[in-house]
Ligand binder design. Structure first.
Ligand code: SF4
Length: 185
């Protein structure tokens, strides 16, 4: 019983949110940029051997306005931090971020004055990928986890969205002190 029984054969019914999420899960376009060694693995993920196009994510866009996924692949230097923040700001909503590798996730082996100790100091991160460097399979798994997250989003998610407190404005992150890892007492 229900509407489906009254419709002609070949017509499906679904929720608009489900349809929107389904299309987003299968057409997430990453921003075309890389920061360090992890970027080579990200590039390899786009090769025929690993086939990122099975997720509809083979279209790496050279403009942040046409991308909805930022894959931060490599260490984030203090010099690059304002640039990354600006690129992220220029991406339209909804947008997602994958921190690829231990450097992007937490600074990695570079606990020094030049490297931001995790890109989540400046932009919100949806999925962290461990490894140095993570293999393409790890990035594909991260995309899989992101797709699961996208599938649970609702329109209310975007209405209620508030930037997390760690997120900074580009002019705030020119200060080196603001990006340092808090020291334990
Ligand atoms: S995690 Fe390893 S491979 Fe990736 S940018 Fe850092 S040092 Fe390079």
């Amino acid at each position: 019983m229900g509407l489906e029984e009254k419709l002609p054969e070949g017509i499906l019914t679904t929720q608009l949110e489900t349809l929107v999420n389904w299309s987003r899960e299968n057409s997430t376009w990453p921003l075309l940029f890389g920061l360090a060694c992890c970027a080579i693995e990200m590039i390899a993920t786009g090769s025929a051997r690993h086939d990122i196009s099975r997720y509809g994510s083979e279209l790496f866009r050279a403009s942040p306005r046409q991308a909805d996924l930022m894959i931060v692949s490599g260490r984030v230097s203090n010099k690059m931090a304002p640039v990354i923040k600006r690129l992220h700001d220029q991406m339209s909503e909804p947008k997602w971020v994958i921190a690829m590798g231990i450097c992007a996730s937490a600074g990695g082996p570079f606990n020094n004055y030049a490297i931001v100790q995790g890109v989540d100091k400046i932009i919100p991160v949806d999925v962290y990928v461990p490894g140095c460097p993570p293999r393409p399979e790890s990035l594909l798994y991260a995309l899989d986890r992101l797709r699961a997250k996208q599938g649970k989003e609702t329109f209310r998610t975007y209405v209620d969205f508030k930037a997390p407190p760690l997120s900074k404005q580009p002019d705030e992150i020119s200060s080196l002190e603001s990006l340092r890892r808090p020291q334990l007492a």
